[in-house]
Design a protein around this ligand. Structure first.
Ligand code: ZN
Length: 143
């Protein structure tokens, strides 16, 4: 989930902090991806980074999306779309990406609603370590 390139950037409305984490783990946002967004914790696996990036899309944290993107592939803006509401993340599979790896992939389906219609984004994302931290490199989107 890199550039949501369909639309130009618009100012983001303030969104309420979700009580449960958008990434789907059974934890409050503040104790889960919120810690990564605030810079209080690091993603130890590619999957954790993927989840935190999904949550950043859900809560509209553009700064986190940009800093968790590899500098060589980082877009000028995260392309957040205020008309899209991210509702659920399904992790379909992972390769490597553990604390002992320097590369990894995460295949996922991200569910959203837009204008009252449900849709989903299927992507196989590549992650690498950059200066010790997991970052998003790029992804191939499917159906
Ligand atoms: Zn989370």
């Amino acid at each position: 989930m890199g550039i949501m390139s369909r639309r130009t950037r618009r100012p983001q409305p303030a969104r309420p902090t979700p009580a449960s984490c958008p990434c789907g783990l059974p934890a409050a946002y503040d104790d889960c991806c919120g810690r990564l967004h605030r810079g209080q914790a690091r993603a130890t696996t590619a999957e954790t980074l993927m989840r935190s990036r999904y949550s950043a899309f859900a809560v509209g944290d553009e700064a986190y999306l940009l800093r968790s993107h590899h500098p060589t592939t980082r877009p000028p803006g995260a392309g957040l779309d205020p008309g899209v509401r991210w509702v659920r993340l399904e992790i379909l599979g992972t390769t490597e990406g553990s604390a002992f790896h320097t590369t990894g992939t995460v295949e996922f389906r991200a569910h959203y609603t837009e204008g009252g219609r449900a849709g989903s984004l299927h992507e196989n994302s590549r992650f690498v370590r950059h200066e010790g931290e997991w970052v998003y490199l790029d992804g191939v989107t499917g159906d």
